[in-house]
Design a binder for this molecule. Structure first.
Ligand code: ZN
Length: 404
């Protein structure tokens, strides 16, 4: 940072002082700078200057550009703090941009809605229905990963969870940073942001975000009917296929359960956690911590993979979407979702889920209606036991009952 700052005749010192909005590195400045904020002891913490045809502002804290307030503040002080701070940001940016014509004309962004990708890097690449936006200084190793590995991953996840392909390509936005991503499904263009600087991170996040966009085989009306309390395309679902793809690329994960969930299985939390209650009860959720439900669900799904093979999952999606075809927006109860899973595997999973400490209305499925017929099923053979190793097998024909 100082190499850059020195080019403008400034330097960050290693002396820190409290300013109005944050803790700042104090600044050492040549005479071209105008100090615009100081700490209590009078050290410069913000300054501005003209440089060539432009203007530059320097600040000893990056938090100067972030409209956030300390957590400890009460609401009134927070509102006041944020108002002042926003005005300060406006003033700083306003001065820098004063008298400037926007370089590319209209300054408003084309996608002002939610999601992460309102600003796109300028280069475009990709292959096979994937459009990748990236910057000219991207590491070539990452671009290679996108062009060679991503199509393979797309093909593999679509094999595991066959889904109606979208007509438009998938837009991927590569962003520099320490690991993360976002997916936009709610409006067009659908996009998928990946924040990572290493190829394994890129692969893992891509698998996760891609899975969010793949919900499984739609019904005859083209719908994915019914909303499962396990969420059709939610975090557990995305993480599940991410975990499988991780294992494709990291041999040391092959003798572990998907998402390394057997570590969670060994804890008391696994035994105690009621995933149905967790979904509804906020205090209960806080007691177990964020994501505890995902870990338990992955354990359960791993046991399902172990017993029924990988085909059970798309068959469950198909069964649900068919069963609720006439009521596509229906919010399914836990009972209904376990019925769907039971129908998919052809065995009654109620006793299994009761043993897993799930709040259900009954201990056995009993007789239910499916496609106009009354159906009852034998008790499932699946057992609550240590999750096995990640299963990467291709699925078989999910439209047929699962082989014993
Ligand atoms: Zn996610």
């Amino acid at each position: 940072m100082n190499a850059l700052a020195r080019a403008f005749g400034a330097e960050f010192t290693d002396v820190y002082q409290q300013g109005e909005y944050a803790r700042y590195a104090t600044l050492s400045l040549d005479k071209n700078w105008e100090v615009i904020a100081t700490s209590k002891d009078g050290s410069a913490i913000q300054a501005r200057r003209e440089f060539g045809k432009g203007r530059v502002v320097i600040s000893g804290s990056t938090s100067d550009l972030v409209a956030s307030a300390p957590k400890s503040m009460d609401k009134e002080s927070k509102d006041k703090f944020l108002k002042n701070k926003s005005e300060n940001i406006d003033k700083m940016i306003g001065w820098v941009c004063e008298n400037q014509e926007p370089v590319w004309g209209e300054p408003r962004l084309p996608q002002p809605m939610g999601g992460g990708g309102a600003i796109y890097p300028e280069l475009e690449g990709g292959t096979d229905g994937i459009v990748v936006f990236y910057t000219p200084n991207i590491n070539p190793k990452l671009l290679q990963c996108v062009e060679v590995e991503f199509p393979k991953i797309t093909k593999q996840i679509n094999q595991w969870i066959p889904s109606t392909p979208t007509k438009e390509p998938m837009y991927l936005i590569l962003s520099a940073g320490g690991g993360g991503g976002w997916a936009v499904n709610a409006f067009r263009p659908k996009e998928n942001g990946i924040i990572s600087l290493d190829d394994m991170g890129l692969i893992s996040i891509y698998a996760h975000e891609l899975a969010h966009t793949l919900g499984g085989p739609a019904n005859s009306k083209g719908d994915k009917a019914g909303e499962s309390p396990l969420h059709n395309q939610g975090e557990a679902h995305a993480g599940w296929f991410q975990g499988k793809v991780d294992a494709m690329y990291k041999p040391e994960l092959l003798d572990k359960a998907t998402k390394n969930c057997q570590a969670f299985y060994k804890t008391d939390k696994f035994k105690d956690l009621d995933i149905a209650r967790y979904a509804q009860d906020r205090e209960y959720r806080e007691e177990f911590g964020k994501g505890a439900d995902w870990s338990k669900i992955w354990c359960i799904w791993q046991m399902m993979d172990d017993t029924y093979g990988t085909t059970w999952y798309p068959r469950w999606r198909m069964t649900q979407y068919d069963r609720w075809e006439s009521d596509p927006k229906r919010k399914l109860t836990w009972d209904e979702t376990i019925e769907d899973m039971s129908l998919a595997v052809g065995e009654d999973l109620f006793p299994f889920f009761v043993e897993l400490n799930t709040s259900l209305s009954r201990k056995e499925m009993g007789e239910i209606e499916y496609k106009g017929e009354k159906v009852s099923l034998p008790k499932a053979r699946i057992k609550v036991q240590t999750p096995g190793n990640v299963k990467l097998d291709n699925i078989l024909d999910y439209s047929k009952p699962l082989a014993k």
